[in-house]
Design a protein around this ligand. Sequence first.
Ligand SMILES: NC(=O)c1ccc[n+]([C@@H]2O[C@H](COP(=O)([O-])OP(=O)(O)OC[C@H]3O[C@@H](n4cnc5c(N)ncnc54)[C@H](OP(=O)(O)O)[C@@H]3O)[C@@H](O)[C@H]2O)c1
Length: 311
Amino acid sequence: MRAAVVEAFGEPGVISVRDVPIPEPAQGQIRIKVVAAGINPVDTYNAKDPSWAGIATGCILGYDIAGTVEAVGHDVSSDLIGRNVMAMTAFPQGQGGYAEYAVVDEPLAAYLPDDADLVAAASVPLAAGTAWEVLEKLEPAGPLMLVIGGSGGVGLFLIQLAAARGVHVVAMGQERSHAVMHAHGATTCVDYRSPDAIATAVDLAGGPFDSIAELVGGPLTALAQPHLRDDGVIAAIAPPDLAIDALIDANQSLHGILIRDNSERLRHMADLFSGGHLRTHVTRVLPLDEVAEAHRLVDSGEAGGKVVLTP
Ligand SMILES: NC(=O)c1ccc[n+]([C@@H]2O[C@H](COP(=O)([O-])OP(=O)(O)OC[C@H]3O[C@@H](n4cnc5c(N)ncnc54)[C@H](OP(=O)(O)O)[C@@H]3O)[C@@H](O)[C@H]2O)c1
């Protein structure tokens, strides 16, 4: 089968698309004929320096997969063959989606209708799962949430999931994404590039925030923290430049979040997606041979939405 293999860690050019053996499903596993593999920023990081995840050269990248079940391990029901699935491989040591076939533990797959849009489905598992984990931390704080990075892959899922629970989302992203953020459920949108972006967000929100979702990392959370109410909550998936003493003085909490594979959560995301309650914003679909260009697009932020490979 054709697969995108990392030959040496570094810039995207070290990934080569070449023939490798088709993986065999072991006990408890399924083999997926991959229709689409979603790309997340972590994949481009892993291609450069995967030491944090214990990944070695010769690996096939890609956590997010959609396709059809093509073979099963001896203890898995053959009734599953032919079913459409989305899957997130074990995280972070798993991967293998950038290939014509991928093997995952059966509980890490979620089943989709026969007419599911598999290209769209491939962009869902990791980003939507992360958004879910963020919302679980922030929703109890109250109904006014600032989302830094609302226009990104995680952000657009978070806006939808939060809006569906009645949360008012003030979403930050470039102006080019304001229409899409509104369409996904944001109450208010602010361009982070304007010099008074946080002041504008606070004015439009009409009160202190109950929570802040930090989906970018960098200086914005520190600027927003004085406008978080006492006992308010921050959830960060990327590191903010933030002094902890400011949080202590206001009894505020900071949750660091790293996604883990989670069967129950994935199957819930698949149900929401299949039911039309979770939309995804795929802006670029590229063949596997263009994996280097796909990674460049993700790194540059030019895509303005999710990027998906079609092996
Ligand atoms: N901890 C975890 O488990 C976990 C899980 C998933 C992702 N992440 C990390 O979280 C981050 C976001 O992931 P993603 O998939 O949403 O990425 P993404 O789709 O590439 O989105 C990036 C977001 O960052 C915004 N942004 C870029 N530069 C900015 C700046 N200078 N100031 C404010 N916002 C800026 C973008 O806004 P515009 O496009 O409008 O410019 C966009 O909203 C990445 O660093 C990723 O590695 C962590």
